[in-house]
Ligand binder design. Structure first.
Ligand code: NAP
Length: 290
């Protein structure tokens, strides 16, 4: 099913919101895009780049005649966004989001929306370490996964429309529960980001070390250049799952530390070999789809 959106309102016109708008425009699926955000500079740049047609700082008036609303702000800001738009949305408007955590966003939607069945939670598994509309590009979601986490209340037609929208930007849509999403993403995305922030801080304690860092350090720490505001929100909104994954990482580090203290090369070899095998298998199965 293809989608035809008359008026899309993008609340949070940054990397993700901007890229969705560009991709929908390129696919000819949207007539008008209104951007919403706090800084006028970012929104003026969005108009200049052809990402949006107009902008509005006031969420309530921006969404009045929207048929599709995309919320793409840092996840902790979603609660205030739902509160601001709840009274102005038409009863036929569909809402989706792009937040990296799903249970927290769904709790906010439930709290504020009159027609919560028309909210279809989404998380595109695509991005970069760059922020703002200047980093947006139409190809960002091509052949990348987008996870939808509907629940028993979700309206089937709204779900189909949102699925079509994410497919129109090039994504492969997967459906799972919000609980499963938050657990899996804590492991493969949230933990690696926190580990990258921690490694850079640990290494940065010695001024000289960075001078000798090379490609391996650059590759491992690329994601530590991501938006601190966005990652503070993700960490706080998926706190328990991330704490569990940090515990698992700490267990692994303790095994390595104990093996080093004991000069136990056998344990080190076993641990390094099992990690290499797991990663090599993952890369050969999924590497060309990343
Ligand atoms: P971004 O480039 O920083 O864009 C966020 C936008 O939201 C900015 O344009 C910001 O503009 C606006 N904003 C922030 N707080 C706001 C508020 N209270 N009200 C209205 N607008 C607000 O971030 P992003 O990478 O696009 O991320 C957006 C969402 O997508 C986040 O929930 C993130 O978890 C999720 N996500 C990100 C990635 C990734 O790799 N980056 C991948 C998948 C999902 P102003 O500061 O001018 O208001």
């Amino acid at each position: 099913m293809s989608i035809a959106i008359k008026h899309l309102v993008v609340i949070g016109t940054g990397l993700i919101g901007g890229s969705v708008a560009l991709a929908l425009k390129r696919a000819g699926c949207v007539e008008r895009v209104t951007g919403v955000g706090r800084s006028v500079e970012n929104l003026e740049e969005a108009v200049r780049l052809g990402v949006i047609d107009d902008f509005n700082h006031d969420i309530a008036t921006a969404v009045v005649d929207a048929d599709m609303v995309l919320i793409a702000v840092p996840v902790a800001a979603c609660d205030q966004v739902f509160a601001a738009l709840a009274e102005s949305l038409s009863e036929t408007a569909i809402i989706t989001d792009a937040g990296s955590t799903k249970q927290s966003v769904m709790i906010s939607a439930e709290k504020h929306l009159k027609y919560v069945s028309r909210f279809v939670p989404a998380h595109p598994i695509a991005g970069t370490e760059h922020s703002g509309v200047g980093a947006a590009f139409a190809e960002l979601f091509e052949d990348k996964k987008c996870i939808l986490t509907p629940n028993e209340q979700t309206d089937a037609k709204a779900l189909a429309q949102v699925q079509s929208m994410w497919q129109a930007v090039g994504a492969r849509v997967k459906i799972m529960s919000a609980v499963e999403h938050d657990d899996v993403l804590a492991a493969v995305s949230h933990l690696p980001h926190l580990a990258a922030f921690a490694i850079v801080n640990a290494v940065g304690k010695s001024d000289d070390a960075f001078r000798f860092a090379a490609g391996g350090f650059r590759d491992f720490t690329r994601i530590a250049s991501s938006s601190p505001e966005m990652w503070r929100d993700i960490a706080l909104c998926n706190q328990q799952s991330i704490v569990d994954k940090i515990d698992a990482l700490q267990e692994e580090l303790t095994i390595l530390r104990d093996a080093l203290n004991a000069h136990d090369g056998g344990v080190l070899l076993d641990k390094f070999a099992s990690a290499k095998q797991a990663r090599d298998t993952w890369m050969s199965k999924y590497g060309d789809k990343l």
